[in-house]
Design a protein around this ligand. Structure first.
Ligand SMILES: C[S@@+](CC[C@H](N)C(=O)[O-])C[C@H]1O[C@@H](n2cnc3c(N)ncnc32)[C@H](O)[C@@H]1O
Length: 249
């Protein structure tokens, strides 16, 4: 594993995707309820994007399950779900979460850049805010493409560089620290969650997804954008921090 990826792994082992924001003891029913409630408040657009109920009886792979809020929803909806994450911490917590609900699904540690499944294994490959954290994002997207079965699709979310959030990071860590020449790319890599985090322009996204035949993009304005731009953020969806990408092979 490269030194950068090892640092990414360490970051998420220590802080499994926002676990520290919850007050309840990690791994308890109260903890997962709090995580789920917070996610619904902060990212209410996920259910429409993921369309959990649509995947009943279908083979779904989630890459980067984090604390498993989306994963458990695929399982509850009756999908034949497999989940992976780079960290043992996430895999362990999501196993606990499933057990608490009396559900079962395959979960294992794995790297998005080299996924241990045969070509065309899944009807849906889903990944939310993950592939921009791995050092070789193109390799991870190529893996997603490889695993989607004919007639299937990928639904992934990546971060947008032309966004209020990226502007806010530049303002806070560039401008206000007397370094206005520092680029959002460099500042996001240093200050946004795990080390080396990336965010993309539309042209870069199209290049990353060039291996798919049908691709659509949708921006989501997040509370993190509203923290930077206030009510202005809602006026222009195109500057939202999240880009939901739906793609067919
Ligand atoms: C921002 S969190 C998102 C987690 C979850 N999808 C969510 O929306 O809450 C990023 C997750 O990506 C995982 N991750 C980062 N690089 C990865 C890789 N190369 N392979 C698999 N998972 C990875 C991290 O361990 C972490 O759980």
């Amino acid at each position: 594993m490269s030194a950068l990826k090892e640092n990414v792994r360490r970051h998420w082992e220590a802080d499994p995707c926002g676990a520290k924001l919850a007050e309840a003891e990690w791994g308890t029913e109260a903890f997962f309820a709090e995580v789920e409630r917070t996610r619904d408040e902060l990212e209410p657009f996920i259910p429409a994007f993921a369309a959990f109920d649509r995947w009943r009886g279908k083979r779904v792979l989630e890459v980067g399950v984090g604390l498993g809020t989306d994963f458990v929803r695929f399982v509850r909806a009756g999908a034949v779900a497999t989940g992976v994450d780079l960290t043992e911490a996430s895999v362990g917590l999501v196993r606990q979460r499933l057990a608490l609900e009396g559900l079962s699904a395959e979960l294992r540690p794995a790297d998005a850049e080299a996924l241990p499944f045969p070509d065309g294994s899944f009807d849906l490959v889903y990944s939310w805010g993950v592939l921009d954290h791995t050092p070789e994002t193109q390799r991870a997207i190529d893996e997603v493409r490889r695993l989607v079965a004919p007639g299937g699709e990928a639904r992934i979310m990546l971060y947008s560089r032309r966004s209020w959030v990226a502007l806010g990071v530049w303002g806070r860590y560039g401008l206000l620290r007397g370094r206005p020449w520092a680029t959002p790319t460099e500042l996001l890599a240093r200050h946004m969650e795990s080390p080396g985090t990336k965010a993309y322009t539309q042209t870069e996204l199209e290049r990353l997804c060039a291996g798919f035949s049908e691709v659509s993009y949708r921006r989501f304005v997040t509370p993190y954008d509203r923290r930077v731009a206030g009510p202005l953020a809602g006026l222009a969806d195109r500057f939202g921090w999240f880009v939901g990408i739906t793609a067919r092979p």
